[in-house]
Design a protein. Structure first.
Length: 136
């Protein structure tokens, strides 16, 4: 394959797989950390904000179940919505005061959260692709 044909090569389904795997695995590491260390810190944060502490257990759905759904390509639109909802909840509770701020390095304080939200929106609108269990 010469460079000219390489530059013209596209594979939408492979791109969808790469996007799903990237977002799924990166979020799954957050979930593994919660399994290893628990959600006690989140429970305290929620309690301090007047939110029932049991809601902290929802992180297992948003950071383990939904990412696994993305990785496997099973009901990816549902998984994306679950994860977007979780990210919006995170922005609304512990990061609400950081939405319009920059870090000391000059980056947006909620840059990572917005990266996830925008990537998940892309997955939602693109669908799973053919390299998935759902094949849609």
């Amino acid at each position: 394959m010469n460079t000219s044909s390489l530059c013209n090569y596209t594979n939408d389904d492979l791109a969808k797989l790469i996007l799903r795997l990237m977002v799924g695995f990166l979020m799954l590491f957050h979930g593994i950390s919660k399994v290893s260390h628990g959600v006690d810190g989140m429970m305290v944060m929620l309690g301090n904000n007047g939110i029932p502490e049991f809601i902290a257990y929802g992180v297992y759905i948003g950071e383990i179940v939904a990412p696994l759904m993305l990785i496997l390509g099973y009901r990816v639109k549902l998984a994306a919505i679950i994860m977007i909802g979780m990210m919006i909840f995170i922005l609304a509770v512990p990061y609400a005061d950081k939405i319009f701020t920059l870090t000391k390095n000059g980056s947006w304080a909620i840059e990572l959260h917005m990266f996830y939200i925008m990537s998940l929106l892309s997955i939602f609108f693109l669908g799973a692709g053919k390299y998935s269990i759902s094949k849609k």
